[in-house]
Design a protein around this ligand. Sequence first.
Ligand code: CU
Length: 145
Amino acid sequence: MNSAYPEAAKTNIIAEVNARQFEWRMRYPAPGKSLERKPQMDDMYQVNELHVPAGTPVTIQLRTQDVQHSFFLPTMRIKQDAVPGLVIPVWFEAKEPGEYPLVCAELCGWGHYKMGAKVIAHPPAEYEAYMKSLHEEQFEDGYIE
Ligand SMILES: [Cu+2]
């Protein structure tokens, strides 16, 4: 197992993952833009679904909005605490397209048991297309170009 932080992942920051009682909120930059520390007008949001390109290392910025949670991708052997006040980069690679479970591994309250989500890995071209369609869907009123 190689645990070094690959260069490719350092520049491939695809989303902020915000844990809260009792769900996972994703914030993605608009297609072609990079993720900013502060939310931007054209960011995109999703709950309990994290879309990623397959076959390439990616980084997410992990944070929590309330108590301590733990970002756990059991099939990828990735686990990282989400700690109040910190933004923690986590890298992983979904080797194959498909769905991978994302669960909370820190007892965080009554709803801990249901704090599950999924990572959805797409072939790279399909990923680009998906993110574009998500942006169109979330900004279909045309307010932001
Ligand atoms: Cu939790």
